[in-house]
Design a protein around this ligand. Structure first.
Ligand SMILES: Cc1cc2nc3c(=O)[nH]c(=O)nc-3n(C[C@H](O)[C@H](O)[C@H](O)COP(=O)(O)OP(=O)(O)OC[C@H]3O[C@@H](n4cnc5c(N)ncnc54)[C@H](O)[C@@H]3O)c2cc1C
Length: 401
């Protein structure tokens, strides 16, 4: 039995959802995470980030039996307004007749709901609290050694261990990294006026600012600024911080109050040359980290998870070993276009809007006006953000209301 098992390092939203997708199809797995499952289940699991789940992620979570428990906690996005700060050029994205553009949920709640589902699969998902120390390949098997001396053998190893992935390092995956020299300031605001389920994407001179509508008339603010500004905001007292933000962001935060601590995340672009080799697969942030301006990191990771589960399940059905090279190649080929187009889109937008050349600024403005007037192009951009473009794994296509 051991040789058919899958070892997953990392039980964040992507690794845990992947284990559930395998468990649905009766494939057992072992998640190794340095954090106990009980922590993700508890309310101590706090993280100020709010996640914009795309409609295709909703379909996947529904397929895994998680969406029903998530549904009461999300706020749908009924409209996205993209504003070019200095000129106030606005592009408005409206939902299709049937689907909102996305759903906002606190990351801590998303983790908790997925962890609850993991718990119901106790016969198929083993959660091991421990930290990966090293790995060793022995014929068709991979053995992972934990820092406390325990070791586990399996057919394949899946690195879902986030941005600083140790699996990626031990597996010698070539990694391309570009720090943006910017940090994201994240906090939650409560509005006096109704936010009307509008998400704002504001391209300011100092960096993009997103306001994501949440339940209870709150919005999550994600503001990317130069590292030095972020550092001074980190050092500022609560009073100074609030004063600076309400002055700087007054058009968007009018009559609103900060109701959460402030969190600061360093931003970088990171991706790998290959996302699978010799029975080792990378999914989620372990494989790619993108700028959060489009709110797509978890969505991209959930698409990795659904795709890898589908190719493994199909491979097992036709009698292939899970580590078979055709499975590795199929996963990698299938994910390549989606991942790289999202990297190009987010990195390109970041570069385009942080460029202060007057000619580029003018072209940006003309471009945005053109997008706003072109319904076909707007539909294409919406579909890309909604994760409904291209060849999707089955679990992402099953539409739910
Ligand atoms: C400011 C900000 C805003 C964002 N907003 C959005 C958004 O709106 N929408 C969106 O889709 N995405 C968003 N993202 C991206 C999103 O947060 C990430 O893509 C996502 O959390 C990655 O999930 P993951 O499961 O791949 O990794 P993680 O959540 O990082 O999980 C990794 C897990 O691996 C474990 N681990 C790590 N190393 C080891 C080890 N050696 N041994 C054992 N366990 C280990 C950790 O304990 C952890 O549980 C945002 C990111 C930022 C910074």
């Amino acid at each position: 039995m051991d040789d058919q098992r899958v070892t997953i390092i990392g039980g964040g939203p992507v690794g845990a959802a992947f284990a559930c997708a395998l468990a649905e199809q009766k494939i057992s797995s072992r998640i190794i995470d340095r954090t106990p499952l009980g922590f993700f289940l508890s309310d101590e699991n706090s993280d100020c980030r709010a996640i914009a789940l795309s409609p295709s992620s909703k379909n996947f979570l529904h397929h895994l039996g998680i969406w029903e428990s998530i549904k009461p906690t999300v706020c749908s996005i009924d409209q996205v307004k993209t504003v070019h700060g200095p000129t106030n050029t606005t592009v408005r994205f409206d939902p299709s007749a049937s689907d909102p553009l996305g759903y906002i949920i606190p990351l801590s709640l998303l983790r908790q709901k997925i962890a609850q589902r993991v718990k119901t699969f106790a016969d198929r998902i083993e959660w091991v609290e421990g930290t990966l120390g090293s790995l060793e390949k022995q014929g068709p098997f991979i053995t992972v050694h934990l820092n406390d001396g325990r070791f586990f053998k399996s057919s394949i190893l899946v690195g879902a261990d986030g941005k600083g992935s140790f699996v990626r390092k031990l597996g010698a995956f070539e990694t391309i990294e570009h720090p943006y020299g910017k940090d994201a300031i994240v906090c939650t605001y409560e509005h006096k006026n109704n936010h009307e389920n509008i998400a704002w994407e504001i391209f300011r001179e100092d960096g993009p600012l997103a306001l994501l509508p949440m339940t209870h008339n709150r919005s999550s603010l994600v503001w990317s600024v130069d590292h030095t500004i972020a550092e001074s905001l980190r050092e500022a007292s609560d009073e100074d911080f609030d004063q600076i933000l309400s002055h700087e962001l007054s058009p968007y935060l009018e009559q609103s109050k900060r109701v959460s601590p402030r969190w600061i995340y360093p931003l970088s672009l990171q991706f790998v040359d290959h996302s699978a080799k010799e029975g080792i697969f990378l999914i989620g942030d372990a494989a790619h980290v993108i700028h959060p301006l489009a709110g797509q990191g978890v969505n991209l990771g959930l698409r990795d998870a659904a795709t890898l589960a589908e190719v493994l399940i199909e491979g097992a059905q036709v009698g292939l070993l899970l580590s078979d090279s055709t499975i590795c190649q199929k996963y990698e080929r299938w994910r390549r276009f989606d991942v790289f187009s999202m990297i190009l889109a987010t990195d390109g937008l970041e570069a385009l809007f942080s460029n202060h050349n007057p000619l580029i600024k003018k072209m940006r403005d003309i471009g945005l006006k053109m997008v706003d007037r072109n319904k076909g192009l707007k539909r294409l951009l919406s579909k890309s953000a909604m994760g409904t473009l291209g060849n999707l794994p089955r679990a992402l296509k099953e539409k739910v209301s």
